[in-house]
Write a protein that binds this ligand. Structure first.
Ligand code: HEM
Length: 482
């Protein structure tokens, strides 16, 4: 009986869904659909008939400037991070972005270099146990590196996930994101009322509570301390101090900075702070780990590129074992090109979906109907021969050499998106990636099967794009260092 009622309910919802979108479907059917396949999910998004794929950089520029609202699919992750900046509705996002921007100024991000360096050293010393022992699955090691760095930079705490692979926060976060992903790709898990009937709902709520409790527990002390400081010392500085008085900056966590930048005593509530902290943790952990993972796989597939990179590292560090400092990063020009090329061919976020609130006429002549979703294919852009030439699919870091680099349009390369809602953490991410990669390649030779000019890495869509094999490579210890 229950099953019959359930089927009837689902059928009714589908009919209502179709009826509500009649006009949308009529307009959408007039849009030519020859190249609207998304990577990996192909035309699956077409089942709802409401998402259009855009790969023209001129169209994309306009879309990213005018359509700031995130698509409804993001609501499942919003259950976890609340109104944290990344998926918040525009009116809430605007204020939060304004507060977040100064916290991500290069001057502040630079102060995190020491943390990345220390965590990278820990990573390479842990990897010593895997060297010379065949294939290593790098994903868990890389995620623990990025999570430790994120926790230290956002909350000022060390959860030491690298030495404690069973850290409950790490487990809760991973399982939670898997559940969100499962929901996004399974239509029957999507309606809120229906989800409650599935066992996943109970697990979802359990992990959600664990994540919230953890962040509350560790942040409460910092929040209270900071609030006391503000009260006692009239800590709050003027706008000018905030923007320009950063010369004496010591490493401070984002939590600390967000309390101050949001207005101190009258600023963010404890709930808002929790939302922002979880947002940064979710946005910054897997993304950076995935991009380091893809780069390591590429280095394994292209030994000549790896040799050139190793030579550059020898030029900068010699055979010294000293940890990397921020001045080294600007000297590592080849590393920069390798990272850029890796992010071009394997962008961790292969597409972005924005919500179209009113009909948009794109420069190409297409009309995106109000109520539809617009999927911007970063993957499609980055591999398009029109913008990258006939060798677009080939792995060639030197295409980023200044004398060769000829970007056809600002939006034809955008691993971190573009426009007012682009990735606020891109400098942070690049710094963290380069630090980890340089530490690994200095100490280990990366081994794998050599590839032809076009790298084939089997990938899947999770919350983002990931290699199916979780970045399996071999590691061989290089020379002993002084
Ligand atoms: C390689 C690593 C990363 C990649 C490829 C990446 C990519 C992206 C992309 C594509 C977006 C969506 C922008 C849009 O909708 O237009 C985004 C948003 C965002 N990212 Fe990243 N990201 C990375 C690392 C990070 C890190 C390390 C942090 C923080 C520490 C971070 C924080 C954010 C935030 C807060 C947003 C939301 C911005 C907003 O809506 O205002 N990301 N990122």
């Amino acid at each position: 009986m229950f099953l019959w009622l359930l089927c009837l309910g689902i059928a009714l919802c589908m009919v209502l869904f179709k009826l509500k979108r009649r006009r949308l479907h009529r307009l959408a059917s007039k849009i030519p659909g020859s190249d609207d396949e998304l990577p990996f999910i192909g035309l699956a998004h077409k089942f709802t008939g409401t998402t259009e794929v855009v790969v023209d950089p001129v169209d994309i520029e306009l879309l990213l400037k005018t359509s700031l609202e995130k698509d409804d699919l993001h609501r499942f992750i919003r259950n976890v991070i609340g109104n944290g900046g990344i998926f918040a509705p525009v009116p809430i996002w605007r204020r939060r972005r304004k507060i977040m921007v100064p916290a991500f100024s290069p001057k502040i991000v630079e102060t995190f270099m020491e943390i990345f360096s220390e965590q990278s050293e820990k990573l390479v010393s842990i990897l010593a146990d895997c060297a010379g022992k065949g294939e290593v699955t790098m994903e868990p090691y890389l995620c623990r590196y990025t999570l430790d760095s994120i926790c230290q930079t956002t909350m000022g705490i060390t959860i030491n996930a690298q030495n404690n692979p069973d850290a409950p926060f790490l487990r809760a976060l991973k399982n939670m994101l898997n559940l969100v992903c499962e929901r996004i790709f399974h239509l029957w898990l999507q309606p809120e009322w229906l989800y409650k009937f599935f066992s996943q709902y109970t697990t979802h709520q359990k992990y959600l509570k664990e994540i919230h409790d953890f962040v509350d527990e560790v942040s409460i002390e910092v929040i209270q301390k900071k609030r006391r400081e503000i009260k006692k010392e009239k800590y709050l500085k003027s706008e000018v101090d905030r923007n320009f008085g950063l010369s004496n900056y010591k490493t401070r966590s984002f939590l600390d900075l967000l309390i101050e930048f949001s207005g101190g005593e009258n600023g963010y509530t404890d709930l808002e702070l929790r939302e922002e902290i979880i947002t940064l943790t979710v946005a910054g952990t897997d993304t950076s780990a995935v991009s380091v993972g893809y780069t390591l796989k590429l280095l394994a597939m292209y030994p000549k590129v790896q040799d050139q990179l190793y030579q550059e590292l020898l030029d900068v560090f010699g055979t010294s074992d000293r940890p990397i400092v921020k001045e080294d990063l600007s000297k590592l020009k080849y590393l920069e090109r390798v990272v850029k090329e890796s992010l071009r061919l394997f962008p961790p976020v292969p597409f972005i979906i924005r919500k179209v609130l009113k009909d948009i006429s794109l420069p190409s002549g297409r009309i995106l109907p109000a109520g539809s979703g617009a999927a911007i294919s970063i993957w499609g852009l980055h591999r398009h021969p029109k913008y990258w030439g006939p060798d677009a699919e080939i792995f060639d870091p030197d295409r980023f050499l200044p004398e060769r680099f000829d970007l056809k349009h600002a939006c034809s390369y955008m691993p971190f998106s573009s426009g007012p809602r682009n990735c606020i953490g891109y400098q942070y991410a690049l710094m963290s990636m380069k630090t980890a990669l340089s530490a690994i390649v200095r100490r280990y030779k990366i081994i794998g099967e050599e590839s032809g000019p076009v790298p084939q890495i089997k990938s899947k869509i999770d919350i983002m794009m990931k290699a199916v094999d979780d970045y399996k490579i071999g590691l061989e210890k290089r020379i002993e260092y002084k």
